[in-house]
Design a binder for this molecule. Structure first.
Ligand SMILES: Cc1cc2nc3c(=O)[nH]c(=O)nc-3n(C[C@H](O)[C@H](O)[C@H](O)COP(=O)(O)OP(=O)(O)OC[C@H]3O[C@@H](n4cnc5c(N)ncnc54)[C@H](O)[C@@H]3O)c2cc1C
Length: 293
């Protein structure tokens, strides 16, 4: 929705943005492809070819969040409209109804074996009106950036919340689980780990707040480094905190009797979603070294 708010024309606002703001249906953003390294969006190969008043799509996407939700009605697909254009002007983004002929949900995807809401989707000669193109041809790369700031911030906020819940479960466990004659909560190493978790959570919360307030006050371009820091810090923190909570629960921590194993898988998956950690670190290195240039 953030992307549509930034770039949709009046017709697209009426058809997609306003109904979604009224929760009439959902959408998904489809960039990643199984056959190319998609952390570099210029590798995307799905074809969006102009054909009179329409575009024809051919390609395959996977790990597209939200597509297993039966309420998902439209996909915003990133593909190549002009392979001969300069590298960052080859791509465009177009709205594709999930029910359009030629759109096939090939299979649901799992994250560490857990079912989620991601799917693999194939597009075979899918015809959509040219009026579904966001912005103009060649703007896909630029338009995709408009959703990334909010997406990364939302991931960071959810991860802070997830880690808080994991720490609560760990503390509750420590109060009741008796080891060698004393509750875990009276054992020094356990207490130390609880305190370490609090340190990690609060550090990640603060850098997330910093990223959010910089984006609010100065815009998302100025907040780029802060957003990268918050995404990396929050994912690392959540994986570490949930991992400790798993350990504190013993076998129960890896079982299906607590949500901890699922949360760990979710946090680890977010290391990769919306840009793997290495891409954010590269951005930070460039910003730091750029100060000296
Ligand atoms: C839970 C989940 C939800 C997702 N939801 C969506 C979605 O809704 N829509 C969508 O389009 N995609 C989605 N994705 C896909 C995700 O955005 C991609 O997996 C991600 O961008 C990486 O692309 P890739 O898998 O092709 O990895 P590749 O590009 O093949 O990269 C593989 C690895 O190479 C390393 N690497 C990459 N670049 C660099 C670099 N510059 N320097 C050093 N190392 C590097 C990293 O370790 C990276 O993990 C989701 C993924 C997950 C796990």
């Amino acid at each position: 929705m953030v992307m549509l708010e930034a770039v949709a024309n009046d017709d697209q606002r009426k058809r997609w943005l306003e109904p979604m703001q009224n929760d009439e249906f959902k959408s998904a953003f489809a960039m990643t492809e199984p056959d190319v390294a998609s952390s570099d969006a210029t590798n995307i190969s799905c074809s969006i070819a102009r054909d009179g008043a329409n575009y024809i799509l051919n390609g395959r996407k996977w790990y597209i969040s939200g597509t297993m939700n039966p309420r998902c009605e439209v996909l915003f697909v990133m593909g190549v409209t002009n392979p001969d254009a300069p590298r960052y002007q080859r791509q465009s983004i177009i709205g594709v109804p999930m029910k359009a002929p030629g759109v096939e949900v090939v299979r649901p995807m799992t994250v560490f074996g857990y079912p989620g809401d991601q799917a693999e989707i194939a597009f075979t000669d899918v015809k959509v009106p040219a009026a579904n193109l966001l912005g103009s041809e060649g703007q896909g790369f630029k338009i995709a950036q408009t959703r990334l700031a909010a997406a990364r911030l939302h991931h960071s906020m959810r991860l802070v919340g997830l880690a808080e819940r994991a720490l609560e479960l760990a503390c509750a466990r420590g109060a009741h689980r008796v080891v060698f004659g004393a509750p875990l909560s009276q054992v020094g190493t356990f207490r130390n780990q609880i305190a370490e978790c609090r340190l990690l959570i609060d550090q990640a919360r603060l850098v997330t707040l910093q990223a959010a307030s910089t984006a609010d006050e100065l815009g998302t371009a100025a907040a780029q480094s802060h957003l990268a820091i918050s995404k990396v810090a929050a994912t690392r923190m959540a994986v570490a905190v949930i991992d400790r909570a798993v350990g504190m629960h013993g076998a129960k921590g890896v079982s299906q009797d607590t949500p901890l194993a699922r949360w760990w898988a979710r946090a680890r998956g977010l290391h990769i979603a919306d840009g793997p950690e290495e891409v954010h670190l590269e951005l930070l290195a460039r910003a730091e070294l750029g100060r000296l240039a």
